[in-house]
Design a protein around this ligand. Structure first.
Ligand code: GLV
Ligand code: GLV
Length: 312
């Protein structure tokens, strides 16, 4: 019989169809009464499919005694209870690499949007202010400026490659030195003091919570731009909002927030922020590739083959 798989959050349609041919699917995400569904099928479930936004909590893990693997469509898995999985020897997989370029593109887009005030410029044209009031204010340039990258993993390095093409000077903070021709700064505050723009590219989770603190934001300064494509938890969001409102921080470009999908209204009221709905990997091609990787991991698991992308 095909292994029973619980879907708590769906993948792209093409891979859902593939899942359906390979496994006996149970759609927790579509169940009218998810609780009753779990009661009925919980003992049979051997795998869970989820996304980064949905994750998987103890509440469900504890109800699945036969769970062997959780396959998550995301690189960041902090909404997934890894400790609970580890304690029971449940394998966990994510989807690194395939989303790196899209997330790095998003970082550069937000950097340009924030620094060149593209959101306000767009409104300036749409509202007729251009004709009424004339030229839009001048903004700082990007070329030749310093980009600080907090976290030089796969995504951080892809951002650096793009920033090189923009002829920016690049600095970074990472746990270990990297074999790269960039300036390595000792910590986030030093990096922010050095940089004209700071991009957050660390993982989320407990290890990086509040890393971009009030002093780091202050060090970035009135001419500085903060970009976050990582997790809202890495930035002290109230401190950032206060700094953006007072002018102590110049601008921000944000794909992630402390609260999603309804970020702090104080943030939404600021003119000097560019906002994106946690959509770094949100392209057709990348979401297809992520979904394929989820299914490939499940296939490997049930064939007794090595997993493609286990979470360490
Ligand atoms: C997909 O990766 C998501 O987090 O929804
Ligand atoms: C998106 O945020 C991801 O972790 O893939």
């Amino acid at each position: 019989p095909r292994p029973d798989v619980l879907v708590v959050s769906a993948l792209r349609p093409g891979q859902m169809a593939r899942l359906e041919t390979l496994f006996a699917l149970h759609r927790h995400d579509r169940a009218e009464d998810p609780d009753a569904l779990l009661d009925a099928i919980a003992p049979r479930i051997r795998a869970v499919v989820t996304t980064g936004g949905r994750g998987l909590g103890r509440d469900i893990i504890d109800r699945l005694p036969g769970l062997e693997i959780v396959a998550c469509s995301a690189v960041g898995t902090e909404k997934l209870d890894l400790a609970a999985c580890r304690a029971r020897g449940i394998a966990v997989t994510n989807t690194p690499d395939v989303l790196t370029d899209d997330v790095a593109d998003m970082a550069m887009a937000l950097l340009l949007m924030a620094r060149r005030r593209l959101v306000e410029g767009d409104a300036h044209v749409r509202s007729g202010a251009w004709a009424r009031e004339g030229m839009f204010p001048l903004t700082p340039t990007l070329t030749g400026k310093r980009l600080g990258i907090l976290g030089l993993g796969r995504i951080g390095q892809a951002i650096a490659a793009r920033a090189e093409a923009f002829r920016m000077e690049i600095g970074y903070v990472a746990r270990a030195p990297r074999d790269v021709p960039y300036a390595r700064l000792p910590d986030a505050e030093a990096l922010a003091g050095w940089a004209d723009a700071l991009v957050v590219a660390t993982p989320g989770g407990a290890g990086t919570r509040g890393l971009v603190s009030a002093p780091v934001i202050r060090a970035l300064g009135p001419g500085g731009t903060l970009v976050n494509i990582s997790r809202g938890s890495v930035v002290d969001e109230p401190a950032m909002i206060e700094a953006l409102a007072s002018g102590a921080l110049g601008a921000a470009g944000l794909d992630v927030f402390a609260a999603e999908p309804a970020p702090d209204p104080a943030l939404l009221a600021l003119p000097n922020v560019a906002l994106s709905p946690h959509h770094g990997s949100g392209t057709v091609e990348t979401r297809d590739a992520m979904a394929r990787m989820v299914v490939d991991n499940l296939v490997a698991h049930f064939n007794g083959a090595p997993l493609i992308s286990p979470v360490a």
